[in-house]
Each structure stands twice: as C-alpha cells, then as structure tokens.
Design a protein around this ligand. Sequence first.
Ligand code: GDP
Ligand code: IMO
Ligand code: MG
Length: 429
Amino acid sequence: MANKPSNITAIVGAQWGDEGKGKITDFFAGEADFVVRFHGGNNAGHTVIVDGDIYKLHLIPSGVLYEHPVSVIGNGVVVDPAALIKEINYLRDKGVEPKLKISDRAHVIMPYHIEMDVALTKHQGSLAAGSTKRGIAPVYADKMYRHGIRIIDITESDIFREKLDKAFSFNQTLIKAFGHSSTLNKEEIFDQYIKYGETLKPYISDTSVDLYNAHKKGSAILFEGAQGISLDVDHGVYPHTTSSNTVAGHIASGTGVSFRDISRIIGVAKAYLSRVGQSPLPTELNGQEAETLRDKGSEYGTTTGRPRRVGWLDLVQVRQAVRTNGLTEIALTKLDILSGFSELPICHAYNVGGKQITEMPASLSQYRKAKPIYETLPGWGNLTSDMIDKGFKALPNTLQQYVKYIEDQVDCPITIISMGPQRHETIIR
Ligand code: GDP
Ligand code: IMO
Ligand code: MG
C-alpha cells in the first residue's frame, strides 16, 4: 500500500515550523503502532482535520485520532503537566481516549519557567526569537544546568522537594534580577505538581524500553517532529530559534531509539513560507501581497493565534533541511494555496554583499543582509478534486514544473503532495 510506512519513519519540519507536520503525520499514522514526539513541548501546534472536525494538538502526537497506535511523549520532550492534562480532557470531550505513554525522563515545565520566558524575551530584545511563552528555553536550560525536574520526580515527593528547593530559588533569583516580580509560592507549586504526578502516573513509563521491545517485534514506529530546521538550536538561525534540536538525528537522544533503525525520513515543506516569531526572513512579503497570501493560507498560529509572517519559498533553507536531516523525501504542502498566482518566485540562493551563497550562513550579520535571488516560475489556475483523485500527472504542467524545480535545486524527491488540510487531499507519487 502506498501509504504504509516502513518500520521506522520520521516526519520533520523543513522550514520555520507550521509546514503541515500534523496533517502528514495523521496521514501515515493509521499504519503505525506507535506515534512518538521526540522534542519540543506545547510551543508546538499541530492541526489535524478528520471528517471536517478540527483537532489542535500541542503535546500529544498527531496519531492519537486513530484507535490503534499508542501515542508516546519521549524523553526529549518538555511537558507542562497542566497543558497535557488539558489536552487529554480536550480529546476526551471530542470522544477520543488517548492511548498515551509519557517518558519517565521527560523534563517538566514549571510555573517559574514561564515567568522566566517572559523576562528573558524582554531582556534579549533584538536577539529574541519571539517565544511562545510556554517556558521552553528556561526548562531546557535547567535540564542542562542539571537541576531540572523530570516526570518521574513529581511522583516521588522526597526527591521532588529536594530538586524544587534548588530550582525554585535559582529561577526566582534570576527573575528578580531581571527586575520582574513573582507571585509564585513554592509550597503551592509542590502540592499542585504532586497532584499532577498522581493524575499522570498511569501513563508514565520507560518509553525507550517500550519502543525497543516493540521494534524488536516488528512494530511500525512513526516519529513526529515539532518546529522546523531553521528553529533548530544548532542548525537554525540562532539565536532566533527554539531551544531543542528539531533535526531527525535528535530522535535517538530524544527517545532512546537508535538512529541506526530509521529507514525513512520525510521533511515537510510548505510550498511557500511562513514564520511566526522574530528573525530576519529574506523572502518575506509585506503589505497587500502578504495579507492576500496570509488570508488565503489561513496563516495564524495554532498555539498563540499570532498572524504568521509569510513569504516565497526559500530553497536555501530547504537545502539545509535535506542535508542535515538526511531526508529520503519531501512532503510538499499547501500547493492549493498558490493556485491563481500568475507568477511564483522561488528563492534558490542569497546575495550577501555582492556574493552569491547557496547555503545558510552561520553569521547572523550575513543573514540580516541576505537578499533573495529568485527564479520566477509560471503559476497555475484552480485545482479540482478530480485532479487529486487522478494523481500527480493530472495536475497542471506548471505545477509539476514547480515541484520538479524544487527537487532539482535541493536534490531530494518530493513524493507526497498535499492539496488541502484533509487526509484525502493528498497525492502520493
Ligand atoms: P504543523 O505545526 O507543521 O503541524 O502545521 P500547523 O498545523 O501549525 O499549520 C498548518 C496548517 O495548514 C493547518 O491549519 C493545516 O490544517 C493546514 N494544512 C496542512 N496541509 C495543507 C494543505 O495542503 N493545504 C491547505 N490548504 N492547508 C493545509
Ligand atoms: P510547530 O510544531 C512555528 C517559534 C516561536 C519563536 C521560536 C522560539 O507547530 O511547527 P519557543 O517558544 O520555542 O522558545 O519559541 O520558535 N516556534 C514555532 N514556530 N511553529 C512551531 O511549532 C513553533 N514552536 C516554536 O515563534 O520564534
Ligand atoms: Mg504548528
């Protein structure tokens, strides 16, 4: 069957996040036994539409809408227990009972991380990323400082108290040093998080062992990335990034499943570009052109509701995604949104101070100066559901040309074409 995943498949973002990973994950999840998040937290917002019903997921993998697969939150994910419990209840209200496992080693987002996130963003000013204010940078920082609190800890009151004492005072000191006042009370946090621990206990497991055993038995595992390559803390446009590695190589450390076993790595790229948050954006559109594309593509954040910045497709960015992730293929989404444009510019290189470059620069100063070099391709008219049913060859020639141009530029096959938000609006080549 065309959409049957090989044993272990990964789906990752090839741009700035919001490429449609949720839709593509859902498309493949019906054939998977486990669908697994390996990094990030509820900064992610993945929209899945099934039979006209809209589901907005932040922490629970997009496979949850099928009855069969187990949803796994790996150790590399950072978990806000209040947000997770809210999401479990949200799904229950919609008639979905999540089959969930949470890694005992996943780090916990605490209320002081959210306060710190706000303080940090103000302090960082022009170097901020425009965070989602979900506490992501501070929780990953505490993990690296080695006074972080893991899910297992909120089920063990003695060690939790010992760790909370250290982490609370550390964060309070910093928050106050930034000139912010805090109303947080350590004892209240302790009591609240012990309650969260009791609620989440049935789901907590050593998920690395679970996945290892499942893989040995031949189970199909699907990894769902969050964010995208330009938000990767190492390979992205640092410091305008998130604080985790979004790159597929992080699956191994973020779940305890060896990368040796991953056979298929699908990068999801939107046929144009969107960005929520702060950073230079070489192909950004402004004014009426931007508004038209934003409204047509409904480009408003799933997590924060912020209007997304939009621009033309940037292949310098996608080229980096192909290389660093080792993509075996690309899923190109939202081609339907580009219908009706007479011409479609695609950026294939940057001009930086008179020099042409084809790879993402490490230098923020160069990236700020980068001017897009475009190839302009002809557009196409309206697409019909009949074309989707008949497959790729029935699509307008100019659309096929657009797809082939991308493949040539980034040296990776585009095997999945998404022409609408619903499961069936998908073409496999
Ligand atoms: P994610 O974070 O990568 O999962 O992406 P989001 O869910 O935040 O944003 C993608 C949006 O585009 C969602 O509202 C999807 O329902 C929608 N979407 C995904 N693929 C397509 C497509 O091919 N066409 C259209 N029109 N919408 C799509
Ligand atoms: P999904 O999984 C788009 C952006 C924020 C900000 C930067 C850092 O839906 O694709 P953070 O809160 O992580 O410290 O914010 O990263 N960002 C995203 N942008 N989609 C996401 O997730 C994002 N998660 C974080 O806007 O610029
Ligand atoms: Mg999103």
